[in-house]
Ligand binder design. Structure first.
Ligand code: TRP
Length: 326
């Protein structure tokens, strides 16, 4: 079976953008691929973070993956730092990665701007570690959001450079993009993101979700209820596209452009659909939170299975590198 690898950072709060852009897609893919999913804590330490929160956030992220429908029967689910071969392979990949290639990564440039006081080697090596994540399992497919495509391109380059020098060891991974277009934040300014504080959390309570929707910016040109709006520039519509079916999208499109419905009506319809999809996830998460031993066990088993694969790859890598073996 074709293998998939993907990862998610333990940022603390997983929001609808993460869910629609990645996790929901992973849930579908686990039926057709041999899947490996990781909570990538070694990526998260490349910027400042609350040290005392890391363990909790990591476990919570694992819990959310399970609550959203990832299944340990179908997929391997684990914490990156529990399989130390990720960093070992990343070191080796450092030696075949041109600095110019990582310097031009837009995520690196953005983060370097945001974290001027701590532009460290890890931040620069972030996509090299990501390449190691994928290639350690020789995964050929990587389901990610659009913002990660450049990093997957780099992983192809890393595989090519490694193979050219040491022999044909690694496949060149392909990205799998989710069909859902990206979701904008409730501020209507930018994509939904944890750092911008414009997000709706996957596990957020209904009252909180409604409050964020109610006060969310819509098409700014639609000042009065009687003004027609344009769904194509409305951030609420981007969320509708991810959670509402075609007939509702058509209804909203008509209603909005003809001022037949108001923004509040449109938000109420979205709220109903969000509830339908998120309530079972929240309930499952509550169950899992009462049984964290189960979650810990899943992550433990996942790491064990991944270490076995990692071990085989690393033996091959050390051999082709010509390292002294006993
Ligand atoms: N960089 C990815 C993100 O921010 C997370 C990630 C780390 C990842 N390693 C990966 C994604 C490997 C896909 C494959 O979303």
């Amino acid at each position: 079976m074709k293998r998939i690898f993907s990862g998610i950072q333990p940022t603390g709060e997983i929001h609808l953008g993460n869910y629609v852009g990645a996790i929901r897609n992973w849930v579908y893919l686990q039926d057709e691929y041999d899947c490996v999913f990781s909570v990538v804590d070694y990526h998260a330490i490349t910027i400042e973070y609350p040290v005392e929160e890391m363990a909790k956030r990591t476990l919570e992220t694992g819990l959310i993956l399970l609550a959203c429908g990832l299944s340990p029967e179908k997929s391997k689910i684990f914490v990156q730092s529990h399989v130390p071969e990720h960093t070992e392979l990343a070191w080796i990949f450092n030696t075949v990665t041109p600095i110019g290639e990582v310097e031009r990564m837009t995520q690196f440039k953005d983060k370097a701007k945001q974290h001027r006081a701590n532009i460290n080697m890890g931040l620069m090596g972030y996509p090299v570690l990501q390449s190691a994540d994928i290639l350690l399992y020789k995964a050929g497919y990587v389901p990610v959001g659009e913002d990660q495509v450049q990093h997957i391109e780099l992983s192809r380059e890393v595989a090519r450079k490694f193979n050219a020098r040491f022999g044909d060891v690694f496949p060149e991974p392909q990205e799998i993009l989710s069909m859902a277009p990206r979701i904008l934040g409730v501020d209507g300014q930018a994509k939904m993101s944890k750092s911008l504080g414009n997000f709706i959390g996957v596990l957020e309570e209904e009252a909180g979700i409604w409050e964020k929707l109610r006060t969310a910016v819509t098409d700014v040109n639609r000042v009065h209820r009687t003004d027609p709006g344009d769904p194509n520039i409305c951030n609420i519509y981007t969320i509708h596209r991810a959670f509402s079916d075609n007939s509702m999208l058509i209804e909203i499109d008509k209603g909005c452009t003809s001022a037949g419905i108001g923004c509040i009506d449109c938000k109420k319809m979205l709220f109903e659909n969000l509830k339908k999809e998120l309530t079972p996830i929240r309930e499952k998460a509550r169950e899992l939170a009462a049984n964290t031993d189960y979650v810990k066990d899943v992550l433990h088993q996942g790491a064990g299975a991944c270490r076995k694969i990692a071990d085989v790859t690393m033996e091959e890598v050390r051999r082709v590198l010509g390292l002294y073996r006993t």
